[in-house]
Design a binder for this molecule. Structure first.
Ligand code: DGL
Length: 271
């Protein structure tokens, strides 16, 4: 038993898609979330900046006394996960391995498409992870750098977003893929829009598989939380910048009011 919270971070609102899966899969656990909204997007930044941000975010969560950290950001997972795992004593879990597992289990024709930020796609982290599971699978990847700003702007149902989706994805779909990995935790917010453009494609994201991986780790180390909590006591959300769209999108993802759970942190205080 361990009643400490689970720490989760992302560059912005996207990591809440992982938080939703954690809240559903682990009904007793408490979550401390950090969204680095002052420095979003990460996906177009250099690896050294991403390493620095990931390290600062981890330190911040550790200062909140968490028992485990989930890097709910594919970009930070691709660039910083091995370093965080080596540098910190608390277990650190990323989102790429769980997403790769799910995609490999889902494809029938062994052709998987992966979309993500520029940095995630350039890292080749998904191709490497999928190849490790099944070398006979072909992976086709494309970066979609406009998706995160469109989502952070809450243009998830906007026709401009559908035009951008087709612009980025038509050629990837043309490769004959049967499974598409949303390799960015923001993208589940536009999964319906993607599905409307390409109804036959299986869309996979890593939220639920990541939550199951966390559950396994808690069970294995016997560090589950025992006491039940109400929703408002289960989640604290720290942001390096406040925006109304974060609140709107956050409430849409978590299907709960979050205004009383939001706290502001100055980036200078964590860097
Ligand atoms: N949600 C993040 C990811 O999964 C980061 C997006 C960004 O900040 O560019 O990659």
């Amino acid at each position: 038993m361990n009643n400490k919270a689970i720490g989760v971070f992302d560059s912005g609102v996207g990591g809440l898609t992982v938080v939703r899966a954690l809240l559903e899969t682990l009904p007793n656990e408490e979550i401390v979330y950090f969204g680095d909204t002052a420095r979003v997007p990460y996906g177009t930044k250099s690896p050294s900046s991403i390493l620095q941000f990931a390290d600062e975010n981890t330190k911040f969560l550790i200062s909140k006394n968490v028992k485990l950290i989930v890097v709910a950001c594919n970009t930070a997972t691709a660039i910083a996960l091995p370093k965080l795992q080596a540098d910190y004593k608390v277990p650190v879990i990323g989102v790429i391995e769980p997403g790769a597992d799910k995609a490999a289990a889902s494809t029938i024709n062994k052709k998987i498409g992966v979309i993500g930020t520029v940095r995630t796609v350039k890292s080749g982290a998904y191709s490497t992870a999928i190849e490790k599971i099944d070398p006979s699978i072909s992976v086709f990847s494309t970066p979609c750098p406009l998706f995160v700003p469109l989502i952070e702007e809450n243009w998830v149902d906007h026709e401009v977003t559908s035009i951008v989706i087709r612009e980025y994805l038509d050629s990837l779909i043309g490769e004959g893929i049967d499974t598409l990995v949303l390799g960015c935790t923001h993208y589940p917010l536009i999964s319906e829009a993607i599905r409307k453009c390409y109804p036959g494609i299986k869309i996979v994201d890593s939220a639920v598989s990541t939550a199951l991986m966390v559950k396994k780790l808690l069970d294995k180390n016997d560090i589950n939380r025992v006491a039940e909590l109400t929703f408002s006591d289960r989640i604290s959300i720290y942001l390096s910048d406040f925006s109304e769209t974060f609140q709107e999108l956050g409430e849409r993802i978590l299907k709960q009011k979050i205004i009383d759970n939001l706290h502001k942190v100055d980036v200078q205080d964590i860097s």
